[in-house]
Design a protein around this ligand. Sequence first.
Ligand code: DP6
Length: 430
Amino acid sequence: MSSSSFSFDPKLCETFTSPTNIAVIKYWGKNDVKLNTPMNSSVSLTLDQSDLHTITSVAASKTFQEDKLWLNDIETEINGRGQVCLREIRRLAQDRIDPETGKVLVSKSEWDQYKVHISSVNTFPTGAGLASSAAGLCCLVKALSELFCAKEEYPGQFTAICRQGSGSASRSWYGGFVRWQKGEKLDGTDSIAVQIADENHWPEMRAVILVVSDKEKDTSSTSGMETSRLTSPLLQYRATSVVQPRLDEIEAAYLAKDFETFGRITMQDSNQFHATCLDTYPPIFYMNDVSKSIIKLVHVINEKAGKVIASYTFDAGPNAVIYTLEKDVELVFAVMARYFPAPGVPSDYCNNPDAYSKIVSNSSNYLNNDLIQSLNSTGRIPRAGDVKYMFLTKPGPGPIRQPSNESLLDPKTGGPIAPGPSHKRLKISH
Ligand code: DP6
């Protein structure tokens, strides 16, 4: 069959963008591998999609012979977890009505004659510890649920489907500060995400992301956490005794906008997660020496401020996310830009090159000699190249529907088309 015989009605296509999220209480370890339920609840901040996102289009047609996926333009097999998401959403499908005419486009009983084509693009490095699976799987489930006009059987079911795609994806369903609760039921139906505070609750919150490596990590989260569960006594202790009180404290701190508590717990929890990785046998190393130098610099910033004004967190990779408040973001950024300067022009190094240039040229406003001396005493010498890219971002909303002219699928061929300029893939120079 020639590719031109695959076509679809543009009314049977949905396009969404989805954000990434970075946990401040980490998920690590599964209770049930099949249901993908966690050993402990976790909580994260959803980041602004205008800085980092996945965009996904899904289209349904009777002319499609099989479900197909293009990831960053390359045809890729839909893995087991993706299949589960597709199957679960299909099960919840309802009639799709044309909003203009009120006519039924596809009735509930007809959906089994339709296959789907999916095209998905990440604007940021995939598999490098920037939660690309969270943005990707959440976007897939959101776009499919809208295409099939799916209806939840219980509140939070869509987030439970995201969870089966990738645990952290459940938290990208909502904006702001989001908890993925562990749940108690054996069928996993209460292991869902809930929004604690929306993206407007703490508008001063900022995130500085330092991309230390954009290479795919060598131990995936899925396999790493399974080895940790089997071998790390610290992980068991963490899940049973540490997480819940921390979760209660950090949620209350977020709601009360108490940055000191929020920041301290964020750092402590990142450190404990990486300690469980070291306690895993054989050990897993996600952070490297550059990550460790970032940690030391942040502690000097806090020491000099006399309180916690910056807090780092690291996922399953060496990249740092530093949460701070608007009033301190220029100081934090100036420190990081001094010790990890751009190797070339700021537009190749930062998503907000104007802010980068402005902060760097005014850096003497933030960095006095005393602070520089203390920062130098960490042993870090300013050098370009150790950090590949910097993002300056903030919390943002959950998935957003895109107009049909942003679609990544061509109605005439059913194949992928390049994303528009606002979804450009980030190129990192080495
Ligand atoms: C370190 O959600 O990627 O980022 O459920 O196996 O797909 P799977 O794992 P994934 O793990 C994320 C781990 C983490 C911590 C977190 O995001 O909470």
